[in-house]
Design a protein around this ligand. Structure first.
Ligand SMILES: [Zn+2]
Length: 372
């Protein structure tokens, strides 16, 4: 029996009195409605044909008196005894709502336009005149940017870039650099140990040892890379940070060459007017050792917040390589001398871009990174 035939009979005549049977009968009608909505306007039909088909479909479902919805109302709902009309009424209302939304002329024509458009696009491919999905470009991280800038200055002076592992032996990180186990300064580095003789390097200095053994003298290298210390994060400290160290080993080089090189470097990086200052200091791996400061790039040496009113900014440690360190690198300190320096790249990036918090570099906040 078709649904057209079924809607001509009462539910009693169809032998349906229980709610399960009634629900499945309405489900059958709903499925038929969905199939007819889906089939509507299929194939290559012209506009007039579509409108004509839409009217037929609307009348079939929604016409007064003889439409399917009207017949269901008359034959099923009204012929059901009042006391059991609830189930049929609820099913009928749902069906009528669906049919009204689907089978009025305007929704039918709108649905047809949608289908035609989809078919059309499928046939001719995407519309290339529409604006595309533009992916945002990233930018160079400020630490990387400053690292490259620092590297370029020293490459221009004839230095080569040398890198090494971030997981190092205790020997390369400490002993070979004259920081023996009993040496009190080993406590200055709050070290992250992996085992008793392996650690995360606390500075890039072990690369100096590796390079001396690998290449011998003369040697002019810079060693950019990440270092690790067990630091609590604050405005100027991070457990991970980046350094560049420089090492020059040659016959007849002395502290004057070191001063000249670093003075040139500071003028290149901070500007020609920059003045530099060297003060004695102590490091186990250099003798003599020094701290190098530059006139404050923000106030020109007048004193400001950044330089804490001193007019000077500490930039790096430096000194003449200790003869024992040269020896540990396989170089004869009687024939060669060397000098070295080491600086923190984040610190230079903070100075260059006037950034107050080192943590900004590692939080991956695009609002911060987008500025570079
Ligand atoms: Zn200043």
């Amino acid at each position: 029996m078709t649904i057209d035939e079924k809607t001509g009979k009462t539910l009693a005549q169809l032998g349906l009195t229980d709610s399960t049977g009634i629900a499945s009968l309405f489900a059958e009608v709903r499925a038929a409605a969905e199939a007819e909505a889906e089939a509507f306007g299929r194939g290559d039909v012209d506009e007039a044909e579509v409108v004509w088909q839409a009217k037929i479909l609307r009348d079939r479902w929604l016409a007064r008196g003889r439409g399917l919805i009207a017949r269901i109302d008359q034959n099923w709902l009204r012929q059901t005894p009042k006391e059991s009309r609830g189930v049929v009424g609820a099913e009928f209302n749902r069906l009528r709502q669906y049919a009204t939304a689907q089978f009025e002329i305007d929704p039918l024509l709108a649905a047809h336009r949608q289908k035609t458009l989809a078919r059309y696009e499928k046939r001719r491919g995407p519309d290339l005149t529409l604006p595309g999905n533009r992916r945002e470009l990233g930018s160079i991280h400020p630490v990387t940017r400053v690292q490259r800038e620092l590297e370029d200055i020293f490459i221009g002076l004839g230095f080569h870039i040398e890198t090494g592992p971030e997981i190092e032996s205790v020997y390369n990180n400490f002993d070979a650099l004259n920081i023996h186990e009993s040496h009190p300064s080993r406590d200055d580095w709050d070290t992250l140990y992996i085992s008793s003789d392996v650690l995360l390097r606390t500075h890039t200095s072990p690369v100096q040892i590796r390079a001396m053994r690998k290449y011998g003298a003369p040697l002019y290298i810079i060693t950019p890379g990440k270092c690790y210390r067990n630091e609590n994060p604050d405005a100027t400290h991070s457990a991970m940070f980046s350094q560049i160290e420089g090492l020059a080993v040659d016959a007849d080089i002395n502290f004057a060459d070191l001063k000249g090189t670093l003075d040139f470097f500071a003028k290149k990086f901070f500007g020609e007017k920059t003045r530099t200052r060297f003060q004695p200091s102590f490091f186990p791996f250099t003798e003599p050792s020094g701290e190098m400061a530059a006139s404050c790039p923000f106030c020109g040496g007048q004193g400001c917040r950044t330089c804490k009113d001193s007019g000077w900014i500490e930039l790096m440690g430096c000194g003449m390589v200790h003869p024992d360190v040269l020896r540990n690198g396989g170089i004869d300190p009687e024939r060669y001398s060397g000098w070295a320096f080491g600086l923190g790249i984040e610190r230079f990036a903070m100075l260059k871009y006037d950034i107050g918090e080192i943590q900004n570099f590692f939080q991956s906040d695009v609002r911060f990174l987008r500025q570079f």
